[in-house]
Design a protein around this ligand. Structure first.
Ligand code: NCD
Length: 310
Protein backbone atom coordinates (compact mmCIF):
# COMPACT_ATOMS: atom_id res chain seq x y z
CA UNK A 1 0.00 0.00 0.00
CA UNK A 2 1.26 3.46 -0.78
CA UNK A 3 0.00 6.44 1.18
CA UNK A 4 0.73 9.05 -1.49
CA UNK A 5 -2.59 10.38 -2.86
CA UNK A 6 -4.56 7.68 -0.99
CA UNK A 7 -7.86 7.98 0.81
CA UNK A 8 -7.67 6.75 4.43
CA UNK A 9 -11.06 5.21 5.11
CA UNK A 10 -10.49 2.06 7.15
CA UNK A 11 -7.63 0.68 9.22
CA UNK A 12 -8.10 -2.57 7.28
CA UNK A 13 -6.43 -0.83 4.30
CA UNK A 14 -3.14 -1.27 6.15
CA UNK A 15 -1.83 -4.75 5.48
CA UNK A 16 1.92 -4.22 5.79
CA UNK A 17 3.64 -3.39 9.07
CA UNK A 18 6.53 -1.82 7.10
CA UNK A 19 4.19 0.98 6.01
CA UNK A 20 3.32 1.55 9.67
CA UNK A 21 6.96 1.46 10.79
CA UNK A 22 7.92 4.02 8.19
CA UNK A 23 5.02 6.26 9.24
CA UNK A 24 6.03 5.99 12.91
CA UNK A 25 9.64 6.80 12.06
CA UNK A 26 8.51 9.95 10.26
CA UNK A 27 6.23 10.90 13.20
CA UNK A 28 9.22 10.59 15.53
CA UNK A 29 11.31 12.75 13.21
CA UNK A 30 8.51 15.34 13.17
CA UNK A 31 8.51 15.44 16.96
CA UNK A 32 12.28 15.85 17.16
CA UNK A 33 12.30 18.60 14.56
CA UNK A 34 9.37 20.35 16.21
CA UNK A 35 11.23 20.38 19.53
CA UNK A 36 14.38 21.65 17.85
CA UNK A 37 12.31 24.19 15.87
CA UNK A 38 13.74 22.88 12.61
CA UNK A 39 10.57 21.74 10.84
CA UNK A 40 10.61 22.43 7.11
CA UNK A 41 7.47 24.04 5.62
CA UNK A 42 6.97 21.00 3.41
CA UNK A 43 3.21 21.54 2.99
CA UNK A 44 3.44 25.21 2.04
CA UNK A 45 0.74 26.06 -0.48
CA UNK A 46 -1.36 23.03 0.48
CA UNK A 47 -4.85 23.33 1.92
CA UNK A 48 -6.65 20.87 4.18
CA UNK A 49 -10.45 21.15 4.46
CA UNK A 50 -12.08 19.91 7.64
CA UNK A 51 -15.69 18.93 7.46
CA UNK A 52 -16.94 17.84 10.89
CA UNK A 53 -20.58 16.89 11.35
CA UNK A 54 -19.88 15.67 14.90
CA UNK A 55 -18.04 17.30 17.81
CA UNK A 56 -14.28 17.00 18.15
CA UNK A 57 -11.45 18.52 20.13
CA UNK A 58 -8.30 16.46 19.58
CA UNK A 59 -8.84 15.24 16.05
CA UNK A 60 -9.77 18.64 14.70
CA UNK A 61 -7.13 20.68 16.50
CA UNK A 62 -4.37 18.17 15.87
CA UNK A 63 -5.07 17.99 12.13
CA UNK A 64 -5.17 21.78 12.03
CA UNK A 65 -1.95 22.11 14.03
CA UNK A 66 -0.27 19.40 11.94
CA UNK A 67 -1.05 21.21 8.70
CA UNK A 68 0.03 24.61 10.00
CA UNK A 69 3.26 23.39 11.59
CA UNK A 70 4.29 22.08 8.16
CA UNK A 71 3.51 25.39 6.48
CA UNK A 72 0.11 24.43 5.07
CA UNK A 73 -3.26 25.95 5.83
CA UNK A 74 -6.77 24.80 6.70
CA UNK A 75 -10.36 25.50 5.74
CA UNK A 76 -12.77 24.63 8.47
CA UNK A 77 -16.36 24.93 9.58
CA UNK A 78 -17.33 24.86 13.24
CA UNK A 79 -20.22 22.46 12.89
CA UNK A 80 -20.95 21.29 9.39
CA UNK A 81 -24.42 19.95 10.15
CA UNK A 82 -25.45 23.47 11.17
CA UNK A 83 -23.25 25.77 9.10
CA UNK A 84 -22.67 23.95 5.81
CA UNK A 85 -25.07 23.61 2.89
CA UNK A 86 -26.23 20.32 4.44
CA UNK A 87 -28.84 22.55 6.09
CA UNK A 88 -30.11 23.46 2.61
CA UNK A 89 -30.38 19.81 1.69
CA UNK A 90 -27.08 19.37 -0.15
CA UNK A 91 -25.89 15.77 -0.26
CA UNK A 92 -22.57 14.83 1.32
CA UNK A 93 -21.28 13.79 -2.11
CA UNK A 94 -22.04 17.21 -3.63
CA UNK A 95 -20.38 19.05 -0.73
CA UNK A 96 -17.29 16.87 -1.12
CA UNK A 97 -17.10 17.39 -4.91
CA UNK A 98 -17.12 21.15 -4.37
CA UNK A 99 -14.71 21.25 -1.41
CA UNK A 100 -12.36 18.97 -3.35
CA UNK A 101 -11.92 21.82 -5.84
CA UNK A 102 -10.69 24.14 -3.10
CA UNK A 103 -8.53 21.85 -0.99
CA UNK A 104 -5.73 19.30 -1.48
CA UNK A 105 -7.03 16.92 1.19
CA UNK A 106 -10.32 16.57 3.08
CA UNK A 107 -10.78 15.34 6.66
CA UNK A 108 -14.34 14.19 7.32
CA UNK A 109 -16.17 13.28 10.53
CA UNK A 110 -19.74 12.14 10.08
CA UNK A 111 -22.36 10.37 12.24
CA UNK A 112 -23.14 7.65 9.66
CA UNK A 113 -21.10 4.50 9.34
CA UNK A 114 -19.89 4.25 5.74
CA UNK A 115 -20.17 8.01 5.08
CA UNK A 116 -16.41 8.35 4.47
CA UNK A 117 -16.44 5.55 1.93
CA UNK A 118 -19.28 7.26 0.04
CA UNK A 119 -17.57 10.63 0.29
CA UNK A 120 -14.25 9.24 -0.96
CA UNK A 121 -15.95 7.96 -4.09
CA UNK A 122 -17.04 11.52 -4.88
CA UNK A 123 -13.80 13.18 -3.85
CA UNK A 124 -11.25 14.44 -6.38
CA UNK A 125 -8.62 14.66 -3.60
CA UNK A 126 -7.53 12.29 -0.80
CA UNK A 127 -10.16 11.97 1.92
CA UNK A 128 -9.37 10.99 5.50
CA UNK A 129 -12.00 9.37 7.71
CA UNK A 130 -11.89 11.14 11.09
CA UNK A 131 -14.73 8.98 12.45
CA UNK A 132 -17.81 7.64 10.68
CA UNK A 133 -20.45 7.00 13.31
CA UNK A 134 -19.92 3.68 15.05
CA UNK A 135 -17.69 2.57 12.17
CA UNK A 136 -14.01 3.45 12.18
CA UNK A 137 -11.48 6.09 13.14
CA UNK A 138 -8.29 4.94 11.38
CA UNK A 139 -6.01 7.88 12.22
CA UNK A 140 -6.80 7.43 15.92
CA UNK A 141 -5.77 3.78 15.57
CA UNK A 142 -2.51 4.84 13.93
CA UNK A 143 -1.68 7.18 16.78
CA UNK A 144 -2.74 4.56 19.34
CA UNK A 145 -0.42 2.01 17.80
CA UNK A 146 2.36 4.59 17.57
CA UNK A 147 1.88 5.24 21.30
CA UNK A 148 2.13 1.53 22.12
CA UNK A 149 5.23 1.17 19.99
CA UNK A 150 6.90 4.20 21.56
CA UNK A 151 6.12 3.08 25.09
CA UNK A 152 6.99 -0.61 24.73
CA UNK A 153 9.58 -0.54 21.97
CA UNK A 154 7.55 -3.09 19.99
CA UNK A 155 4.03 -4.34 19.41
CA UNK A 156 4.55 -8.07 18.81
CA UNK A 157 3.67 -10.19 21.82
CA UNK A 158 1.58 -7.53 23.55
CA UNK A 159 -1.37 -8.40 25.77
CA UNK A 160 -3.93 -5.70 25.16
CA UNK A 161 -7.16 -5.25 27.11
CA UNK A 162 -9.82 -3.05 25.50
CA UNK A 163 -12.60 -2.01 27.84
CA UNK A 164 -15.91 -0.21 27.53
CA UNK A 165 -18.19 0.35 24.57
CA UNK A 166 -16.70 -2.09 22.07
CA UNK A 167 -19.91 -2.09 20.07
CA UNK A 168 -19.99 1.59 19.14
CA UNK A 169 -16.36 2.53 19.82
CA UNK A 170 -14.91 3.27 16.41
CA UNK A 171 -11.39 3.74 17.78
CA UNK A 172 -11.49 0.14 19.02
CA UNK A 173 -12.72 -1.19 15.67
CA UNK A 174 -9.84 0.46 13.85
CA UNK A 175 -7.19 -0.38 16.44
CA UNK A 176 -8.05 -4.09 16.37
CA UNK A 177 -7.49 -4.17 12.59
CA UNK A 178 -4.00 -2.79 13.04
CA UNK A 179 -3.13 -5.03 16.00
CA UNK A 180 -4.14 -8.04 13.91
CA UNK A 181 -1.09 -7.38 11.69
CA UNK A 182 1.36 -8.14 14.51
CA UNK A 183 2.68 -11.43 15.92
CA UNK A 184 1.51 -13.18 19.10
CA UNK A 185 -1.06 -10.59 20.03
CA UNK A 186 -3.46 -11.38 22.86
CA UNK A 187 -6.62 -9.27 23.12
CA UNK A 188 -8.95 -9.14 26.09
CA UNK A 189 -12.28 -7.69 25.02
CA UNK A 190 -14.05 -6.40 28.11
CA UNK A 191 -17.57 -5.02 27.77
CA UNK A 192 -21.11 -5.45 29.06
CA UNK A 193 -22.97 -8.12 27.02
CA UNK A 194 -24.96 -5.41 25.23
CA UNK A 195 -21.83 -3.54 24.10
CA UNK A 196 -19.82 -6.46 22.74
CA UNK A 197 -17.54 -6.09 19.73
CA UNK A 198 -19.57 -6.53 16.49
CA UNK A 199 -19.10 -9.86 14.75
CA UNK A 200 -17.41 -8.37 11.66
CA UNK A 201 -14.49 -7.03 13.72
CA UNK A 202 -14.32 -10.08 15.97
CA UNK A 203 -14.15 -12.43 12.98
CA UNK A 204 -11.32 -10.42 11.41
CA UNK A 205 -9.37 -10.39 14.64
CA UNK A 206 -9.78 -14.11 15.24
CA UNK A 207 -8.81 -14.90 11.64
CA UNK A 208 -5.53 -13.02 12.12
CA UNK A 209 -4.32 -15.61 14.62
CA UNK A 210 -4.55 -13.27 17.60
CA UNK A 211 -5.66 -14.88 20.84
CA UNK A 212 -8.98 -13.42 21.87
CA UNK A 213 -10.50 -13.56 25.35
CA UNK A 214 -13.90 -12.14 26.13
CA UNK A 215 -14.58 -10.82 29.63
CA UNK A 216 -17.05 -8.60 31.46
CA UNK A 217 -15.17 -7.63 34.59
CA UNK A 218 -12.26 -5.17 34.70
CA UNK A 219 -10.69 -7.13 37.56
CA UNK A 220 -10.09 -10.06 35.22
CA UNK A 221 -7.59 -8.14 33.09
CA UNK A 222 -5.73 -5.79 35.42
CA UNK A 223 -2.91 -8.22 36.18
CA UNK A 224 -2.39 -9.54 32.67
CA UNK A 225 -2.59 -6.41 30.49
CA UNK A 226 0.48 -4.75 29.02
CA UNK A 227 -1.87 -2.15 27.59
CA UNK A 228 -5.14 -1.18 29.26
CA UNK A 229 -7.17 0.70 26.63
CA UNK A 230 -10.16 2.34 28.32
CA UNK A 231 -13.03 3.81 26.29
CA UNK A 232 -16.05 5.98 26.91
CA UNK A 233 -19.56 4.55 26.68
CA UNK A 234 -20.79 6.28 23.52
CA UNK A 235 -23.88 8.01 24.87
CA UNK A 236 -24.78 9.60 21.53
CA UNK A 237 -25.19 6.17 19.89
CA UNK A 238 -27.92 5.02 22.34
CA UNK A 239 -31.53 5.40 21.25
CA UNK A 240 -32.62 4.24 24.72
CA UNK A 241 -31.18 6.63 27.30
CA UNK A 242 -32.11 4.31 30.16
CA UNK A 243 -29.99 1.61 28.61
CA UNK A 244 -27.12 4.11 28.62
CA UNK A 245 -27.68 4.92 32.30
CA UNK A 246 -27.42 1.23 33.15
CA UNK A 247 -23.95 0.82 31.64
CA UNK A 248 -22.39 4.28 31.77
CA UNK A 249 -20.06 3.61 34.69
CA UNK A 250 -19.44 -0.08 34.12
CA UNK A 251 -15.64 0.21 34.19
CA UNK A 252 -13.81 2.72 36.32
CA UNK A 253 -10.06 2.61 36.72
CA UNK A 254 -9.32 3.86 40.22
CA UNK A 255 -5.96 4.26 41.91
CA UNK A 256 -6.75 1.19 43.97
CA UNK A 257 -7.25 -0.90 40.84
CA UNK A 258 -3.98 0.32 39.31
CA UNK A 259 -2.20 -1.38 42.23
CA UNK A 260 -3.03 -4.71 40.58
CA UNK A 261 -1.51 -3.71 37.24
CA UNK A 262 1.92 -4.64 35.94
CA UNK A 263 4.55 -2.00 36.77
CA UNK A 264 5.44 -1.62 33.08
CA UNK A 265 1.87 -1.62 31.75
CA UNK A 266 0.48 1.44 30.00
CA UNK A 267 -2.95 3.01 30.42
CA UNK A 268 -4.49 4.49 27.29
CA UNK A 269 -7.74 6.26 26.38
CA UNK A 270 -8.64 7.96 23.08
CA UNK A 271 -10.34 10.71 25.12
CA UNK A 272 -12.66 12.39 25.93
CA UNK A 273 -13.10 10.50 29.17
CA UNK A 274 -16.15 10.53 31.40
CA UNK A 275 -15.68 8.46 34.55
CA UNK A 276 -13.60 5.62 33.11
CA UNK A 277 -10.33 6.81 34.60
CA UNK A 278 -10.31 8.59 37.95
CA UNK A 279 -8.29 11.84 37.83
CA UNK A 280 -6.14 10.45 40.67
CA UNK A 281 -4.64 8.04 38.11
CA UNK A 282 -3.30 10.90 35.95
CA UNK A 283 -0.08 11.21 37.95
CA UNK A 284 0.71 7.48 37.58
CA UNK A 285 3.73 7.04 35.28
CA UNK A 286 1.74 4.35 33.46
CA UNK A 287 -0.91 6.91 32.40
CA UNK A 288 -0.24 7.58 28.73
CA UNK A 289 -3.49 9.15 27.53
CA UNK A 290 -2.31 12.73 27.32
CA UNK A 291 0.94 11.70 25.63
CA UNK A 292 -1.24 9.63 23.31
CA UNK A 293 -3.15 12.79 22.29
CA UNK A 294 0.17 14.60 21.76
CA UNK A 295 1.46 11.73 19.63
CA UNK A 296 -1.61 12.32 17.46
CA UNK A 297 -0.19 15.63 16.31
CA UNK A 298 3.07 14.11 15.09
CA UNK A 299 1.42 11.06 13.61
CA UNK A 300 -0.96 13.28 11.64
CA UNK A 301 1.93 15.47 10.47
CA UNK A 302 3.66 12.35 9.16
CA UNK A 303 0.48 11.05 7.55
CA UNK A 304 -0.32 14.34 5.79
CA UNK A 305 3.24 14.58 4.52
CA UNK A 306 3.08 11.05 3.11
CA UNK A 307 -0.33 11.59 1.51
CA UNK A 308 0.45 15.00 0.03
CA UNK A 309 4.15 14.84 -0.84
CA UNK A 310 5.35 11.23 -1.08
C1 NCD B 1 -12.99 9.38 19.86
C2 NCD B 1 -14.01 9.43 18.75
O1 NCD B 1 -14.41 10.50 18.31
O2 NCD B 1 -14.34 8.34 18.29
N1 NCD B 1 -12.43 10.63 20.13
C3 NCD B 1 -11.26 10.95 19.49
O3 NCD B 1 -11.24 11.20 18.32
N2 NCD B 1 -10.14 10.92 20.21
C4 NCD B 1 -13.44 8.68 21.08
C5 NCD B 1 -14.76 9.06 21.70
O4 NCD B 1 -15.43 9.98 21.28
O5 NCD B 1 -15.10 8.40 22.68
Amino acid sequence: MQLHKSHIISASQFTDTNVLSSLFALAKEMEEKDLARTLAPSLQGKLLAMLFYEPSTRTRFSFEAAMKKLGGDTLTTENASEFSSAVKGETLEDSIRVIGNYADVIVLRHPEKGASERAAQASPVPLINAGDGAGEHPTQALLDLYTIEKARGNIDGAHIALLGDLRHGRTVHSLLSLLALYKNITCYLVSPETLALPEEYLARLSASGAQVHIAHDINEVLQVADVLYMTRIQKERFADKEAYERVKDCYVLTKERTLDMKPEAIIMHPLPRNNEIAPEVDSDIRAHYFTQAKNGLYLRMALLQKILIA
